[in-house]
Design a protein around this ligand. Structure first.
Ligand SMILES: *Cc1c(COP(=O)(O)O)cnc(C)c1O
Length: 386
């Protein structure tokens, strides 16, 4: 079975829950995308930028000291932290901005919470020569002034959003409003495997380069497939990117969500329930009367009340297991990796490391684990220092 189906569903999850004016645009986008997917000229162009601009392929690094210290399976790190702009997000923005250019859109819009997707989109728009507008909640603008400055250096424009809680979900609403009004010349670059069909599929395809490379690399290094793939889950793009190329293999997938502190978290698959958010049906953190709940995570990129529909499907079908670790466990893992491997990880993948640390002994020494190191920690130094 190929997922999503023609209507954009992964089992019962996904779909297109958007205003009428966007339906045509999504349909059009889906058609061109499916065409372009088979177009070798376009695929070569993506690969060109992946290789020469973003720095792919990224290494699959055997973390020998981490392996020794944890006393369990052989641990490999997929080094997405080494990419241009410091995280996996650039894989997706290169893909989507090239697609926008190919279909003749002149204007790129996106929204950003912590600013990482804003930076990755502004970067791709800059190199492809397209105008770029980044919506950002006023609260986030204050908290993430360095990323705001970077986005502006890259030639994009940041528009502050003053409605609601002045954070990511309000910025998303504003971006959707802009897109609805300007759909003829504007391309909306979504930052994860979320939103209406075909976005979860497109973003997954662009991020799948992670798993495709890792699969070849581990076979070369170990002569066999890994036993476990572990990745952090915010919206779910770096994890799906690693998991998807192993979908048919006998490999256990573990997605690690942000358990936060006390009752404050953003562990959507662990504690949420199905509902509609930002154009798709998926697990959502909501109150019993359907209001979206406030979220918390020490990792800015995991702080989101929704998750991609493909993960919701994997969860119900038991294809993947979803767990959470606390802020404190993630920060401890951040320090551990920095000290013993000389790699300062972003706080998001520190969650994945923290979970492997917990289960290493129980997994045993014969096994092989690949952890997706989705980004580097430079952006999080101030959070950890506090
Ligand atoms: C944004 C981000 C994430 C979370 O997003 P996903 O779509 O779940 O991958 C994870 N790690 C890093 C480094 C990020 O910047």
């Amino acid at each position: 079975m190929k997922l999503p189906n023609k209507k954009g569903y992964f089992g019962q999850y996904g779909g297109k829950f958007v205003p009428e004016t966007l339906m045509t645009a999504l349909k059009e986008l889906e058609e061109v995308y499916l065409d372009i997917k088979k177009d070798t000229v376009f695929q070569n162009k993506i690969n060109y930028y992946f290789k020469n601009y973003a720095g792919r392929p990224t290494p699959l690094y055997f973390a020998e000291k981490l392996t020794d210290v944890l006393g369990g399976p052989k641990i490999y790190l997929k080094r997405e932290d080494l990419l241009h702009t410091g995280a996996h997000k650039i894989n997706n923005t290169i893909g989507q901005v090239l697609l926008a250019k190919r279909i003749g859109k002149k204007r790129i819009i996106c929204e950003t919470g912590a600013g990482q997707h804003g930076v990755a989109t502004a970067t791709a728009a800059s190199v492809m020569g397209l105008e770029c507008i980044v919506y950002m909640g006023e609260e986030d603008i204050k908290r993430q002034s360095l990323n705001v400055f970077k986005i502006e250096l890259l030639g994009a424009k940041v528009i502050g959003v003053y409605s609601g809680t002045k954070t990511l979900k309000d910025a998303i609403n504003e971006a959707i409003r802009d897109w609805t009004a300007n759909v003829r010349n504007t391309f909306y670059v979504l930052g994860s495997v979320v939103g209406p069909h075909p976005y979860p599929m497109m973003t997954r395809d662009f991020q799948s380069v992670i798993g495709k490379e890792a699969r070849k690399q581990i076979i070369k290094l170990e002569g066999r497939l890994p036993d476990y793939l572990v990745a952090c889950v915010g919206g779910g793009s770096n994890s799906i990117g690693l998991f998807y190329p192993f979908y048919r293999d006998k490999v256990t997938f573990i997605g690690v969500e942000a358990g936060g502190v006390g009752t404050e978290h953003s562990a959507t698959l662990c504690y949420g329930s199905p509902g509609v958010l930002h154009g798709a049906f998926s697990y959502v953190l909501q109150t019993s009367d359907g209001q979206i709940k406030g979220t918390h995570s020490v990792a800015p990129g995991l702080d989101y009340p929704g998750v991609g529909p493909e993960h919701s499907y994997y969860k119900d079908a038991k294809r993947a297991k979803y767990v959470s670790v606390t802020d404190k466990e993630a920060v401890d893992a951040f320090h551990l990796l920095s000290e013993i491997e000389g790699i300062i990880p972003a706080l998001e993948p520190a969650h994945a490391i923290a979970y492997v640390k917990k289960i290493a002994k129980e997994i045993g020494k014969q096994k092989i684990v690949i952890i997706n190191l989705s980004g580097r920690g430079d952006k999080d130094i101030d959070i950890v220092r506090k």
